[in-house]
Write a protein of this length. Sequence first.
Length: 270
Amino acid sequence: MAYLVPSEFVTKMVDAGESKIYMAARDTLIRAYMAGAILALAAVFAVTINVQTGQPLLGAVLFPVGFCMLYLLGFDLLTGVFVLTPLALIDRRPGVTVGGVLKNWGLVFIGNFAGAFTVALLMAIVFTFGFSTDPGKVGAAISVIGESRTLGYAEYGAAGMLTLFIRGMLCNWMVSTGVVGAMISTTVGGKVIAMWMPIMLFFYMTFEHSVVNMFLFPFGLLTGAKFSMMDYIIWNEIPTVLGNLVGGLSFTGLTLYATHVRTAPKRVIA
């Protein structure tokens, strides 16, 4: 598997964060667009498996194929840059600023949304034969997801918002662990195994992933689901993005950086 020890791959995390901040806006947008599109296709794939087999675990086992593809191709998800780019700032890499980090996040968000929305539109056309029929069982299942994960949270008010935020945190704890997994090994097989495990966990547990939701909810709106764009923005996307940021950075990025780069002095035993 050609395993790298934590002190090696955490340094790679900081290097990756720095390189993303310096990347040209054009390349950032292209890579984010493709990441959003591929992850959206993987979501369609997984939901189709769930509907056709009635086995949610099988969909969760196979969903990570999209995540592995996009990271092996060097594309970027918002959930990943939430973790990597702040480390370059904390490490005081030359020229890295708060403005540079925020610009990267903004460009990746736009690219991810554009890619996910493109797939939502294309799949809506496929499922409805160009909006001439109902979307079928798979399309209906996606629409139900959109309703239950907007109106379903809104029904509980502040408690629903808290639940949504925490599910976003837990999601990016696992997803960012998958991002790190791509750096743990120098072989393709090793990278895939390390990425697969946490992504399978997050998907089966139905935690909230901001980029997956950029596909699910627009698709639902395009096919007549019973929730509004404001429901999606307020009762899913915004709190999910914030939860993804807090969870990924605190549980993965900062913990790994603190203990493997800024390691505390060893105890002296008298």
